[in-house]
Design a protein around this ligand. Structure first.
Ligand code: FAD
Length: 497
């Protein structure tokens, strides 16, 4: 209710927010979660909750009138099309030098991502989160996160013969013929469900190419894991289509939180004020960084330190495709859930996910999303004149990522006698260097916060999402975001409640 006082308010319902909500509720605390996106629990006119990747409709994009697909072109044809403006599930948020893709809705990025659930190699962890005790993470919090997320490995025998992983087997052959380690990675998809999809026994989801705009059946998004358990405690409420716009110290202690309710075309329909004893920022790397940068600059939270808004990176994301020979068909039906990658991190600074290209036709293409050791870090700043928060990332900063990815793919192309595809990103661009799926940092652990996510300067304010990780996770990030949240919330519950 407006004007109410709550013990804990959580901004955002992605990985960090869901971990905080579950653990606080289990400790007996009432938790209110605020989520700007929709609840994604009601079927649309076609009987399904989520739109298909090949048929983007009003459900696909966050408040856009035209789609902005990561692969903008195919065989020379532009793919983007007009759609009605709606609070859809995938936000392609544009800054001057980069487009940042993010999930919008109850479950955050877990609604739209590929489900790749990767724990970094232990020898790389010191470069990911230098202030965190690695032994504790690998003994306690990574296992806890993997269990909570429902992570598991694909059945290798089934994978070897499944038509939907032909593309991944071609990826393995090419990696191994060039001497690169090919590593399987776990996923949160229900593999038994996928086997039944392949057998034609159940409605298809991964095998119908569903991923970017949500997954109707087999993927264990946060709605099915952490948030389901949080809901079952009876102590967690979620307000979808509500956006937090301000947090400031309240006269009688705690924080005054201003929340705008929006409708499905994005207009504000009500403004509400709540007082919270504690606020957890879990709006994602971009959401949390933007909010805190503005609140510091405009004087709402004047005592935040100068690290707020700094240390943002793109996890070194860069995409590319290769054109295969006719004898290396990648398959008409490709599972949208990736299972493996090419690991050249130690030698070349790149870990390349063998990605699906679920077009429904044979493309003879191999697609890769590389995670690379890119040293560049950008900064958020409040642009008062324009009334928005800017990000200093420059497109040219992707060059180290391209160079790292080329340590893998130049070699494979030379060995196979193949070339890069140049028809995916518009013009004759080979590299998808305009985007990231993995925003990280902006409110870095042990700099803008203490070593457990407590914001400096304002007791009772916490950050518990990807903005704590300083720009690179060496692999896909959500397992690390979840494990760090598990670590931090355990300490906060033990000492701050
Ligand atoms: P998020 O999951 O982004 O959650 C933040 C939530 O806060 C969102 O729901 C947002 O709507 C909400 N919010 C933001 N601002 C406000 C506000 N002011 N008020 C209220 N609510 C707000 N990672 C992997 O590990 N493996 C993968 O296979 C993988 N594939 C990906 C594929 C795609 C297409 C994308 C986009 C991402 C992928 N990722 C993957 C990345 C992963 O999803 C993110 O790293 C992760 O979701 C970040 O978690 P988070 O808790 O920091 O925030």
């Amino acid at each position: 209710a407006p004007g109410a006082r709550v013990p804990v308010l959580v901004v955002g319902t992605g990985y960090g927010g869901s971990v905080a909500a579950l653990r606080l509720a289990q400790a007996g605390v009432d938790v209110h979660m605020i989520e700007m996106g929709m609840s994604w629990d009601t079927p649309g006119p076609d009987g399904k909750i989520f739109a298909n990747t090949t048929k983007p409709d009003h459900r696909s994009f966050w408040l856009r009138t035209k789609t902005k697909q990561p692969l903008s072109n195919f065989l020379g044809f532009p793919l983007d099309k007009d759609i009605p403006r709606h609070t859809g599930i995938l936000d392609a948020e544009e800054f001057s030098g980069i487009t940042v893709y993010q999930g919008r809705g109850v479950g955050g990025g877990s609604l739209v991502n590929g489900g790749m659930a990767v724990t970094p190699r232990r020898e790389n962890f010191g470069g990911v989160l230098p202030s965190v005790n690695a032994a504790e993470m690998y003994d306690v919090y990574y296992p806890r996160a993997n269990a909570g997320l429902g992570v598991s490995d694909v059945d290798p025998a089934w994978w070897e013969s499944a038509a939907c992983y032909q593309y991944a087997r071609v990826g393995r052959k090419h990696a191994q013929r060039s001497g690169f380690p090919f590593v399987f990675v776990p996923n949160v998809y229900d593999w038994d469900y996928m086997k039944q999809e392949a057998a034609g026994a159940v409605p298809k989801s991964a095998l119908d190419g569903e991923v970017l705009y949500g997954n109707n059946y087999g993927k264990k998004s946060l709605q099915k894991t952490y948030l389901a358990r949080a809901g079952a405690t009876g102590k967690v409420t979620i307000s979808p289509l509500h956006r937090v716009t301000s947090v400031a110290p309240a006269a009688g202690g705690g924080y005054t939180v201003v929340i705008e309710q929006i409708n499905t075309t994005g207009d504000t329909t009500a403004t509400k004020t709540v007082t919270a004893d504690k606020v957890f920022f879990a709006a994602g790397s971009v959401g949390t960084s933007k909010l805190l940068t503005r609140l510091k600059a405009t004087g709402a939270l004047p005592r935040l330190n100068n690290e707020v808004g700094k240390g943002w990176g793109d996890n070194g994301n860069v995409m590319c495709g290769r054109a295969n020979h006719m004898w290396d068909a990648t398959g008409k039906v490709q599972s949208s859930m990736p299972t493996a990658g090419i690991d050249n991190w130690a030698a070349g600074g790149a870990f390349a996910e063998v990605a699906p290209l679920p077009t429904g036709i044979e493309t003879y293409a191999s697609l890769y999303l590389s995670i690379t050791k890119n040293p560049h870090r950008a900064e958020f700043s409040w642009n008062a004149a324009a009334g928005r928060t800017d990000l200093s990332w420059q497109t040219a900063w992707k060059q180290p990522s391209i160079d790292a990815a080329r340590t893998i793919f130049d070699k494979i192309n030379a060995k196979e006698g193949t070339i890069y595809r140049s028809d995916f990103f518009g013009g004759s661009k080979i590299w998808g260097d305009h985007l990231t799926y993995h925003p990280l940092g902006g409110v870095v652990l042990d700099r803008a916060t203490d070593n457990y996510g407590r914001l400096h300067g304002h007791p009772g304010l916490y950050v518990i999402d990807g903005s704590l990780i300083p720009g690179n996770a060496s692999v896909n990030p959500f397992v690390t975001i979840t494990a760090l949240a598990e670590r931090n919330i355990e300490r906060i519950i033990a000492t701050d409640l």
